[in-house]
Design a protein around this ligand. Structure first.
Ligand code: 5GP
Length: 194
């Protein structure tokens, strides 16, 4: 069985839905992690973005870091993660605001100007794509830096929350490994993909 089929099976069998269209996958992505599965995820993204011309992976803490690291490893590229608080040790930074619908609050995120510059072409990686707020925040930081988005990869896309459509309509190359089409009545429904 391919690792991607395994990922879909684990989402279906171990995923739990929470009120408000939230999928809990704490057993292998968001709390406990499965390194072997993460490696396979990284290799898959590396294949999907092999022609992207990227020189860097960009993600946001915390849960994006694991798939971003394995993607960076597979593509032999450095990985930068956007921080949810600006540490006092960070020098000059690009800053934006992101709305978290899982936590229902806005928060400020930042990335050092040292690690995102106008010579960068980044692949953005994250664990989930829902309404696209985190992704739009990262795009904003990339644009502030004068860098380029080479592509965007998400482990799980909840297609019914529409962030993916908006990003694709904006012209971005968006890939997701698992597409959840509905969590209605707490039933996890996945898109039928070959
Ligand atoms: P968006 O910004 O696209 O609305 O949501 C994406 C971000 O919120 C991701 O970085 C992820 O951490 C979190 N998120 C969104 N939906 C879910 C979900 O169903 N389950 C979990 N565990 N996190 C989610």
């Amino acid at each position: 069985m391919s690792e991607l089929t395994l990922l879909k099976d684990r989402v279906l069998n171990e995923g739990k839905c929470l009120p408000g269209g939230i999928l809990k996958v704490d057993g292998f992505i968001n709390h406990q992690m499965d390194p072997k599965l993460m490696m396979a995820i990284g290799q898959h993204f590396a294949q999907l973005f092999k022609d992207s011309g990227a020189n860097k992976i960009l993600t946001i803490e915390a849960s994006g870091i694991a798939p971003a690291i394995t993607t960076g490893l597979a593509m032999n590229l450095p990985v930068v993660y956007v921080k949810k608080k600006k540490p006092s040790t960070m020098g000059s930074a690009f800053v934006t605001t992101v709305h978290s619908f899982t936590k229902d609050r806005d928060y400020t995120v930042s990335v050092s100007r040292e690690f995102l510059t106008d010579s960068d072409r980044v692949v953005i990686i994250d664990d989930f794509l829902a309404y696209g707020n985190a992704a739009q925040g990262m795009i904003d930081l990339v644009q502030q830096a004068g860098a380029q988005v080479a592509g965007m990869g998400f482990v799980i896309e909840k297609t019914f929350q529409n962030g993916g459509n908006q990003l694709r309509e904006q012209g971005y190359h968006v890939e997701s490994l698992v597409q959840v089409t509905s969590l209605d009545d707490c039933k996890i429904t996945l898109a039928q993909t070959p």
